[in-house]
Each structure stands twice: as C-alpha cells, then as structure tokens.
Design a protein around this ligand. Structure first.
Ligand code: T4K
Length: 388
C-alpha cells in the first residue's frame, strides 16, 4: 500500500493545510439509498424498536457469521457487558478481576452492576491480562474474571478457562476489539461464559451505536434477553433486575447493510497492516502487536509500541508530530483505569515490582486504521516517523 518515501520538503505548508484531518477510526457506512430502501418497510409498520424484525434478522446473521449458538444485540458494548453480568447474577459486592489496560467501559460496567473491579496485571508481550496475576488476585469474594482481547490480541483463554474452572468463577470476555477474530479455528464469540462486543461507529463492524453478547449457553441467552429489556418476562411479570439495553430497527438496518461491506473493509485493513509493519520494521525502538500463531485477527486497531530510548523520541513526541500533520493517532489506553479519579489508589495485582501496565502505558499509540487511509497518508506517516 505504501509507495516510496516522500521528501518532507515536497509537502508545502499550503498542501498540508488543505489536507483533511485523518482520524484513528472512520465508520464503515452503507449507501444512504440502500438504508432508505430498507427503512421503508420499518416506516410502513411503525414497529421501530423492542426486538423487532430487522433486529431479529441481524441476530440470526451474526450468530451464523460468528459461528456461535447465541448472539444477542444491545444498545452498546457497555450495556452488553452490564447485562452479561446481570444475567450471570453475580453476588452483589463481589469482586470481578479485570485488566487496567482497557477503555473505561470495562471497569465501569463492573461498578455499575454493584460489583468491585479488581485490577490484575498484563503480560508484557500480548498486553492481555496475565493469568498468573489473576490467580494472585483471587480472594474469597471473587465471583468472575473479565478478560479483554485488547487491540484484538486474544487473551490466554485456555489458562483463564482452567483457572476459572478450578476456582468456580465465571469467565467473561470484553471482545470489543475482536469482532470476527478466531484462535485455532475457534471463534472468539464462543469463549468463556459470555463475550461482549461493541458495535460502535469506531469499530470494524458497526451499527452506529450498538453491542452484542454471545454465548454457547441457551439458558443464559434467555437471561441476557431479560436483562436488556428491564427484566420483563411477560406483561404481568418482571423477574430480574434489568435495564434498557435494546437496539432499535434503525441501528439494526445499518448493521444488516454493513455486513456486505465487512470483507472489503477487513481486506483494506490487512493491506494497511502490512504497510505499517514494513515502516515499523525500519526503526529501532518501534514494534507492533505480538503476532499470535493460528489467529485470525479482527483488524480493529494497529498498535505502535514506542521504546523512547531505542527510538530516540517518546510516544508523546510522535503523537504530537503526527497531530501537527493533521494525523490524529490515539493514545489508547492512556490513562489506564487505575489512573482515573474513581479508581485511583486501587492496586494492580502484579508479579512485578512496578506493574507491567504502568511500565507500558506511556508507550502505546494506535495509528489511523481503516479503508480511508490512502497511500499518501501512509507516506506522510512514514516520513513523520522517520523525522521525529
Ligand atoms: N470495551 C472496550 C475494550 C472498548 O474499547 C469499548 C469502546 C467498550 C468496551 C464500550 O463499547 P461502547 O459502549 O462504546 O459500544 C471510542 C468509542 O466511542 C468507543 O466505543 C471505543 N471503545 C473507544 C476505544 O473509542 P473515543 O472517546 O476515543 O471516541 P472519539 O469520539 O474520540 O472517536 C475517535 C475518532 O473516531 C474521532 O477522532 C473521529 C472518529 N469518528 C468518531 C465517531 C464517533 C468518526 O469518524 N465518526 C464518528 O461517528 O471512544
């Protein structure tokens, strides 16, 4: 995808000013005319939400695509996570072990369910939760473990499953970054008791706002359905604590149409990953995600890891240099959960003196990663990296 490196002097300030900003994400969107056509049927019935026809069609399509028995749609990835924990009926006040290197939604979903997040350290290569740190974090109050396939890197699922089975804990995955991922031929959607996906506009596959929870367990499926609809079992019976986590027909319509664009978006990102990898390989002090064997990558993010000593500049230097060229990379995830006002002071349970998460958090940068990144953008990014 990348052409030859360009001479930075060839980009005049005028040209630079005229170029549109490039963001870390750009939503995949269907043709507006196709969306209008699909919505005509919805307008005709005036059934616009509450688990209606397009919603149910999309659930069936996603269950097939992700090769999982149960796929339940939600209004967001956050509501999918919360409803997963409500459906599992984890005892109030119990602890859920999770990673500090994630988006706020992961820890907040735990707290919003009346549970306590406990942060366990991550592995230095994969940046996913370290099963040995999880084991060290288990107390008599632990009810569940919530792993995050961060940047689409799959957690050590076998070790976490074994640990949870041995300690009688429930296992959930925040798979917001891992739509369509597979490991050893196994779909991520089938891992643990339940997996929650985000279908937000910034995600590889999106419904504008939306979420998805998947499970192999049909009993749990019923409770997930209750949890997303206020716990309403029938007109005259409310059986569990629930919320409004439902997806509307408008969002489901976008989701149905976006299924068609998914293969081309993934292909464009795969090519872009190869271009970025070739740039990264030219610089000491830069690397990307650990390559996982026998894994189909989600192609959600492209992570750059900057070693300031070896590279000669920091992550923040590079972020600012790119920003000056209107390339808006993102410091996902900075700050980490234990830096937030609401969780500050909570320890990261670690096997290290300084937690790995604290060591790496200032080195991570996600580059723009979507089909709107052109060869010219890649050239500017390559030149900026070379000159920082
Ligand atoms: N768990 C994990 C591990 C997650 O990463 C997330 C969400 C969740 C759970 C929760 O899922 P949801 O409840 O959100 O479904 C964005 C997304 O809003 C968020 O969904 C995502 N993770 C997170 C990693 O990224 P921000 O605050 O970075 O978004 P924002 O508005 O700065 O968008 C980033 C860039 O994308 C913008 O600079 C421009 C571009 N963009 C954004 C939007 C909204 C567009 O081009 N079009 C758009 O409509 O959180």
């Amino acid at each position: 995808m990348a052409g030859t490196l360009i001479d930075p002097n060839r980009i005049s300030p005028d040209q630079e000013g005229a170029r549109a900003p490039l963001y870390v994400a750009r939503p995949l969107l269907p043709e507006l005319s196709d969306l209008n056509a699909l919505l005509e049927g919805v307008w005709a019935t005036r059934i616009v939400t509450n688990e209606a026809a397009l919603h149910n069609r999309l659930e069936a399509e996603l269950s097939r695509l992700l090769r999982v028995p149960v796929a339940k749609l939600f209004s967001s990835g956050t509501s999918a996570l919360q409803c997963a924990m409500l459906a599992l009926d984890l005892p109030k006040g119990s602890e859920v072990i999770t990673t500090p290197l994630t988006f706020p939604a992961t820890a907040h979903a735990i707290s919003a369910c009346g549970l306590t997040p406990v942060f366990a350290d991550i592995e230095p290569d994969t940046l996913t939760i370290d099963p040995r740190a999880v084991e060290a974090a288990i107390t008599p109050r632990t009810a569940a473990v919530l792993g995050v396939h961060v940047y689409g890197t799959i957690c050590d699922v076998d070790a976490l499953e074994a640990l949870c089975a041995a300690h009688d804990l429930r296992l959930l995955f925040d798979a917001a970054h891992a739509f369509y991922s597979q490991s050893g031929g196994r779909s991520v959607a089938t891992m643990g008791d339940v997996s929650a996906f985000s279908l937000h506009a910034t995600k590889l596959y999106n419904t504008v706002e939306g979420g998805l929870a998947t499970t192999n367990d049909t009993d749990l499926a019923e409770r997930l359905g209750l949890a997303r609809n206020f716990g309403i079992e029938s007109e005259e019976r409310v059986s569990i604590v629930g919320m409004n986590g439902k997806m509307s027909e408008l969002h489901a319509a976008v989701g149905l149409l976006n299924l068609d664009g998914l293969p081309a978006e993934r292909a464009a990102r795969k090519a872009l990953r190869a271009s970025y990898n070739s740039i990264v390989s030219r610089h000491f002090g830069l690397k990307t995600q650990a390559l996982q064997v026998d894994v189909v990558h989600s192609e959600q993010y492209y992570l750059l890891r900057v070693d300031p000593q070896a590279f000669g500049a920091s992550r923040d230097d590079l972020y600012e240099a790119l920003k000056a060229r209107k390339i808006f990379a993102r410091k996902y995830f900075w700050p980490i959960c234990t830096d937030y006002d609401c969780y500050r002071g909570m320890p990261i349970i670690s096997l290290e003196k300084v937690a790995v998460a604290d060591q790496v958090k200032s080195t991570l940068l996600c580059l723009p990663f979507h089909s709107g990144v052109t060869d010219a953008h890649v050239d500017v990014i390559a030149e900026t990296i070379a000159s920082t």
